[in-house]
Design a protein. Sequence first.
Length: 245
Amino acid sequence: MLTSPNAPRPGLAPEVLRRLADSAPDASLESLSAQACLDTPAAADSGTDSHRWQDPIIAGLVPSGGSVLDLGCGHGELLAGLMAKRQACAQGVELDQEAVLNCIARGVPVFHGDLDEGLSGFPDASVDLVILEETLQTLHRPIRVLDEMLRVGHRGVVSFPNFAHWRVRREFATSGRMPVTPALPHHWHNTPNIHLCSIRDFVAWAVAARVRVLEAHVLADGQARPLRDGDNLVAEEALFVLERA
């Protein structure tokens, strides 16, 4: 748990970042087949609530009474929990009008706005933690939004589905159709996801943009755990904690 938004953090090990940012192939059709043989119903039904697996991790990053900005806050479930459990000074930004009304009904402060237009109403370094939970891949201008969240927040949290998960690769390779998986449940014609990326893609951006990765976690085989080597292939979703270097 963070005791101060300005406390120094060592960041993820540089060698792990270098391996993840490497452009060399990390799988073959044979390894995808081998991974499929290891897949079992028990692994997918391990007790973790995969729908909200990020929430406990994010709650642990919020100082008591700290300020939080949730970009694409949806119906306000996460912010309502942080306000109740962490006494957070919370603010949401949401584009969907129905979701905005639900936030208001929950007592969650919310601003109706389009993230792709930036965060010009928020001063530099004005928030302890900025959250972008499962929203990055829906944005038209994801890099601009990432830059803006790191300008406004002392730290940022970003989570997204990993488009390099072995099920995604296998389905595309064998069927020739856009993959549909538990982490990516939509079809090509109704998906909100327009800028999908992999864990390696995201780490490569962070290294090139001189963004420090403080922590990284994944959902793999139904379990939430810290990121480790090989997760670009086996992790369904990822969460990164960031700050400007």
